[in-house]
Write a protein that binds this ligand. Structure first.
Ligand SMILES: Nc1ncnc2c1ncn2[C@@H]1O[C@H](COP(=O)(O)OP(=O)(O)O)[C@@H](O)[C@H]1O
Ligand SMILES: [Mg+2]
Length: 226
């Protein structure tokens, strides 16, 4: 069974009287352990695919299955459980909360529990050590470089030990040397057996992934092995 399957998935955004077809009957499979780079020009539909992959938004039509379960058969609570237990998100803009320390940001998925269990704390420390941030626990985001912010964001994405990591232009705000270090982290996560999907403009970044999906005008133009 594939990890994720899209069958003829379309997404239409409505803005007032305007309808924007962001995805047009897109079909593809993601197997467990895949690493996929999604490329395509601005506005081609890459982020829309990522939002749908991560259950952050719903398709206008078509079928999305996660481990054989049809998205439309789940209620919002069930979708939230899959999101938090199976999927880790990393964004171009890091999305760290400015008043929280690195450790607190990493624990954000547990923010509603006043005293995080010791197991969760241990997992946060492990994740921060893995991305080389074990010595920056009490720093605030504005005391970090861009690369360090992205490391903290990756640690947060790892907290629940997700099967799949979705990263939307994770190196878009980083210089090329820092970007290369962040990519090494994604490669090591892939070697651990995690499925990685990342959006990038950079062919060099894409070259690190096993498959490349090129998106154009809301359709898949090509899907090729490296
Ligand atoms: N929330 C939204 N409301 C309306 N239109 C949107 C929204 N998000 C994306 N779009 C439009 O959908 C198309 C695809 O956008 P997006 O998936 O963000 O592209 P990419 O990530 O490849 O730059 C674009 O034309 C964009 O303007
Ligand atoms: Mg985008």
């Amino acid at each position: 069974m594939p990890l994720i399957e899209f069958k003829k998935v379309s997404k239409i955004y409505k803005m007032g009287s305007e309808r924007i077809k962001a995805l047009d009957e897109v079909s593809f499979l993601i197997e467990e352990g895949d690493s996929i780079a999604i490329r395509g020009s601005s506005g081609s539909g890459k982020s829309t695919i990522m939002h749908l992959l991560g259950f952050l938004d719903q398709p206008s039509s078509g079928s999305i299955q996660f481990e054989g379960t049809e998205f439309s058969s789940l209620n919002s609570r069930e979708r939230a459980v899959i999101r938090s237990e199976k999927i880790g998100f990393v964004f171009q803009s890091f999305n760290l909360l400015p008043r929280l320390s690195v450790l607190e940001n990493t624990l954000l998925p547990y923010v509603y529990q006043r005293h995080p269990e010791s197991k969760v704390l241990e997992r946060a420390h492990t994740a921060l050590n893995k991305v080389g941030m074990g010595n920056r626990l009490n720093h605030l985001p504005n005391q970090l470089s861009g690369g360090q912010k992205q490391r903290a964001a990756i640690a947060r994405a790892l907290l629940n030990n997700p099967k799949i990591i979705l990263a939307d232009e994770p190196t878009g705000n980083l210089d090329s040397k820092t970007a290369a270090m962040i990519l090494e982290i994604f490669e090591s996560l892939h070697h651990e057996g995690r499925t990685i999907v990342l959006v990038t403009h950079d062919p060099l970044v894409a070259g690190h992934c096993h498959r490349q999906m090129i998106v154009k005008d809301g359709k898949i133009e090509s899907m090729e092995l490296r």
